[in-house]
Design a protein around this ligand. Structure first.
Ligand code: FPP
Length: 248
């Protein structure tokens, strides 16, 4: 009897963690309580990724548009990020999780920027899971900053414009060097990408669940994985061509 090939596992999962505010409202609590519960769900999600051997996890923690929220909520989120960094960084390093922040860091206070850099240094040896936290991040910003860096090199004569191709462009985007996300999850019931990883999601499988982020647990992630494993990923080819390919 021939063995069934192992079900494919996503190498990189990207998540829009939506629904903290509604979770809190449903309990008659302030939105910040929802964000705190959301931070606990982040930990459960990291545990699940480690247990499943996922290589990279990218979480949308704060978009470039989130600065428009009421100042009290922005302030509370910043406090939460600071506390989570201080509390979790040793534990992340112990679990061999490598932390990286992507986005416009200069938008944050010097204190937070320093702590982000320190957390990256302290977890730099992590080899089990690459954890990317998108902060003040926007997919259009990412594309524009990549284009600007190439334009600067071309203007300075360091680069021939004709040599710009997708690989070179991708190498200037925020997640360069990592496998592209192959599973995108958005919780909270909305069916939008909301200016998350626009360049990197080109061939990603999209999964939407009504579950609010603070309620996410292993069962919710198992359901997303099972859905992913039922998809046929063709990358523009026919099913017949894909089935002839050596599985990657
Ligand atoms: C969206 O829910 C969530 C955010 C804007 C913040 C995400 C932050 C966390 C999960 C907290 C911890 C993160 C880390 C990395 C420690 P929403 O407020 O838009 O919810 P709503 O749509 O129900 O209003």
């Amino acid at each position: 009897m021939s063995e069934q090939p192992a079900a494919p596992l996503p190498r990189h999962i990207a998540i829009v963690m939506d629904g903290n505010g509604r979770w809190a409202r449903a309990r008659g609590r302030p939105r910040t309580i929802g964000h705190r519960a959301g931070a606990r769900a982040v930990n459960r999600c990291i545990d699940w990724c480690l247990a499943h051997g996922i290589e990279a996890l990218t979480l949308f923690a704060f978009s470039s548009e989130n600065w428009r929220r009421p100042p009290e909520e922005v302030g509370a989120l910043m406090q939460l990020f600071l506390r989570a960094l201080d509390r979790e960084v040793d534990e992340l390093a112990r679990r061999s999780v490598r932390l990286r922040f992507i986005g416009q860091r200069e938008a944050f206070t010097p204190d937070l920027q320093q702590r982000m850099a320190l957390a990256e240094r302290l977890t730099a040896q992590g080899g089990r899971l690459q954890l990317n936290i998108a902060v003040s991040y926007g997919g259009r910003w990412d594309i524009v900053q990549a284009a600007r860096s190439l334009a600067e090199d071309a203007a300075a004569g360091r680069l021939e414009p004709g040599s710009i191709d997708e690989a070179l462009f991708g190498s200037r985007t925020s997640l360069a060097g990592q496998p592209e996300p192959d599973l995108f999850i958005r919780t909270g019931g909305e069916h939008r990408i909301s200016n998350f990883l626009l360049w990197q999601l080109a061939y990603c499988e999209l999964y939407f669940t009504p579950v609010l982020w603070p309620d996410v647990d292993a069962a919710v992630l198992d359901a997303a994985l099972a859905d992913f494993q039922r998809r046929e990923r063709r990358f523009g080819m026919t099913s017949e061509q894909r089935s002839r390919e050596v599985p990657t």
